[in-house]
Ligand binder design. Sequence first.
Ligand code: SF4
Length: 415
Amino acid sequence: MSAPLSPVPIPTHIGLHAGPALLSGITDGPSLEAHRERYGPLPPLELDDLVDLASRAGLRGRGGAGFPFATKLAAAARGRRRELVVNLSEGEPASAKDSALALSRPHLVLDGAVATARALGAREVHVVLPGDRPAPARQMLRALGERDRREDRVRLRPLTAEPRFVAGQARAVVELMSGRPNLPVTSWAPEAVAGFRGRPTLISNAETWAQVGQLLLAGERAYVRRGTPGEPGTTLLTHSRHGVAPEVWEVDHGTPVGDVLPPLTPETPVLVGGFHGAWTTWSTLARTGVSRLAMAAEGLPLGAGVIHVPAPGGCPLGFTSAVVDYLAGQSAGRCGPCLNGLPALAEAVRGAWQGRDTTARVDQLAGLLVRRGACAHPDGTVRLVRSVFTALPAEVDAHRRGSCSAATTGAGAAS
Ligand code: SF4
């Protein structure tokens, strides 16, 4: 039996909005010539200076975990024969921000990685391309072809990820680099300490490298002028909607979501943080700042910056059920929580959608799954499921009574 499809298709088109930093001047095109004209050459930088700069600027990874970049860089710097990876695999179907950067700002991404590789003394930058997003992959290959190896002083090596939700997980990337299936495996040390061939391997997604490039090329003062004191700079948001091409926005940290995205009715359910994210309502989200800390205060994960709005009249419970079916089919099936737990969780959520009271079963499974996998896939899936029960209790109750908010509009689509 084939694995369930994602209820949000991999985007073939992306709506791109010009932004204040990473996405400024995107009308100039993605060429190296336009990039150098705008920013000039990469400045030389010592490793200690880069660690200090990233630390002062409060730069954090933009892949979802929000780990401090300076800490990861310093950890990689402790070992020998360091490796560096630009991770463009973007396994989350509802996300389009790394693809947007590949299409519009590939050299800002590459400059961030090349400058760091030089500072680390790495000889190679591995560029992991998305296996199911041909246009961004092609544009990034074009950009790699424009680079001058003598100028960069590092080799840029492309490789292609498998089209799978967990393919971008850091250990899955190390497996891909090692010529093995692109799936997560158990590891006892962070990749920055022992990754590819046991060497320190600094893996970051495209937005993180573009942020490093922006910090180096625009300068610290310009970088920290934006955002909040606790979270300087900007971040990318993907506005994902049913049946519409996703749109990517760049906003200053702290900007209320309601100032960026078009308004919805207050009770509209919205999924924040993508398929491993959490449900809330538009009234809560609209007043919440785009920032890891502000979102966390509302119990929401900013994650990789995805905000998904279901179809008008669509059922959030039905959509969640379709997402969990998809996520259960995307695991490597190597750990118990994924092999047995996620299909059982998918069945419990489907039961709730079909009107059965499965709350106790969901709670039981959640307790068995969290922190039991080799990667965070089960934890993220549980977070999504729990949130539909806590943030949208009226919807769950309506289903128990044989009704559905979608039924009131006559749509009823699980989207
Ligand atoms: S938890 Fe799931 S996705 Fe993660 S390594 Fe184990 S089987 Fe694979």
